[in-house]
Structures are given as structure tokens and as C-alpha cells.
Design a protein around this ligand. Structure first.
Ligand SMILES: Cc1ncc(COP(=O)(O)OP(=O)(O)O)c(N)n1
Ligand SMILES: Cc1nc(C(=O)O)sc1CCOP(=O)(O)O
Ligand SMILES: [Mg+2]
Length: 208
């Protein structure tokens, strides 16, 4: 697997957001430390997902940043993304690995050590672990697991753990201390008044 960036920016699906503007602000700051995950609403058409992912891949390329596609692995393949991310409602990890092939980057959501180990056995290259803290960005999430939940998962697997859910720069040190390799954010960048500055703050917290 190519080296995985530590700051994962997931595109904001909420109305009125401009995910590509956030990418344009974050990429020159984080460059290859940025992983962009293209995520669309469940009711978005494949064409909409494809158009957004195609643009994201093109924006990432000059910076050496990796672009992944959430859920829709056929879109990931169609746009030449580096891989995809799946969770409990998506293709099982082993099936996703078969779709993407042996060298693609495959992320899987895991909220506890047992499922985390199963995901790695199925071929996950990294794990998205959370929600670490409360968040309004996605409805229907279980209770936050906190840094201790991250520690439990990180101690059970040998792949990078990416902490997600309500992550801010202030939360990063405790998550890193718990074994997180990196973090995934939506609101911390998408809702920031200055996304470039917010990117620098997150990156600073991740690399100090
Ligand atoms: C890095 C990362 N971690 C977790 C998720 C959540 O994926 P999933 O559980 O499949 O939920 P949706 O994002 O598809 O709503 C993620 N996308 N990225
Ligand atoms: C898409 C998603 N998945 C989560 C999980 O825990 O599986 S939390 C989440 C949303 C993260 O957004 P924010 O950084 O704004 O809290
Ligand atoms: Mg999913």
C-alpha cells in the first residue's frame, strides 16, 4: 500500500457546502499528508458521485494526495481513485477487496477490537474508528467511544487507525496518544472560517 496520509478530509454532504472549495484550500497546505475521501448522500446518483470524485482525483493529483471513494467502489474504479472505504452497510471487506484488487487502499469502519481484527483479516489496509466524540455531521451513530475506544482497537490491529467523529485539532493529542495514526474530519475543515488555517492546525497537531 502507498504511504497513507494522516489527515483524512471527507467531503461534506450537507446542503450549501462546497466540498471542492475546501479541498482547494486544504491541498496546498497538507499535500501528500491529505487523504480525500469522496462521500455523497445515499440518494445522490452515481453520476453525481462520479462527477465529484473525478474532480477530486484531478485536484489531488498535483499534490500527490490520495483520493478514496466512500461506499461506491465502482465509482472509485471508474475515476482511478486509490481505493475506497466501506462500513457495516456496504460490501463486506473481503468482497470490497476483491472488487478493488490487491494493491488498492481499502478502509473499513470498525468500532471495537473484534470487528477490527475481522476487517483486517478481510483485507482492510486501514481502519476508521469512531465516533470518538459527539458529532452532528452524521445521524444515527452509536455513543462516542472516546480515546479509550480508539486505544482498544489500535491495540488489536497492525494497520493504521484513523480516528473519526467530532475530531478537532484540540482532540488530536489524546487520540494520537491512544494509538491513532491519523484522523478523519468533515466539520473541522468544512465548517472552518479559514479551511487552510484549520488544515495547518490539524496537521500541526498530527505531526508534533
Ligand atoms: C475514515 C472513515 N471512518 C469511518 C467512516 C464511516 O463509514 P461507514 O460506517 O460506512 O458510514 P458512511 O460514511 O458510509 O456513512 C468513513 N466514511 N471514513
Ligand atoms: C461519516 C462519519 N462516520 C463516522 C463514524 O463514526 O463512523 S463519524 C462521521 C462524520 C464525521 O464528521 P465530523 O468530523 O464533522 O464529526
Ligand atoms: Mg459506508
Amino acid at each position: 500500500m502507498p504511504s497513507l496520509g494522516r489527515l483524512h478530509l471527507i467531503t461534506d454532504t450537507r446542503p450549501g457546502r462546497d466540498p471542492l472549495a475546501v479541498l482547494r484550500a486544504a491541498l496546498p497546505v497538507a499535500r501528500a499528508e491529505l487523504v480525500v475521501q469522496v462521500r455523497v448522500t445515499d440518494d445522490a446518483t452515481d453520476r453525481e458521485a462520479y462527477d465529484l470524485a473525478r474532480r477530486a482525483v484531478a485536484l489531488c493529483a498535483p499534490y500527490g494526495a490520495m483520493c478514496l471513494v466512500n461506499d461506491r467502489l465502482h465509482v472509485a474504479l471508474a475515476v482511478g481513485a486509490a481505493g475506497g472505504h466501506v462500513g457495516a452497510d456496504d460490501l463486506p471487506v473481503a468482497a470490497a477487496r476483491r472488487v478493488l484488487g490487491p494493491t488498492a487502499v481499502l478502509g473499513a469502519t470498525a468500532r471495537a477490537p473484534g470487528p477490527a481484527a475481522e476487517a483486517v483479516a478481510g483485507g482492510a489496509s486501514y481502519l476508521g474508528v469512531g465516533p470518538c466524540h459527539a458529532t452532528d455531521t452524521k445521524a444515527g451513530l452509536p455513543d462516542p467511544i472516546g480515546p479509550e475506544g480508539v486505544r482498544a482497537v489500535a491495540g488489536a490491529v497492525a494497520v493504521p487507525v484513523i480516528a473519526i467523529g467530532g475530531v478537532t485539532a484540540a482532540a488530536v493529542p489524546a487520540l494520537r496518544a491512544a494509538g491513532a495514526y491519523g484522523v478523519a474530519v468533515v466539520g473541522a475543515l468544512s465548517a472552518a472560517a479559514d479551511p487552510a488555517r484549520a488544515t495547518a492546525e490539524l496537521l500541526g497537531a498530527l505531526t508534533c
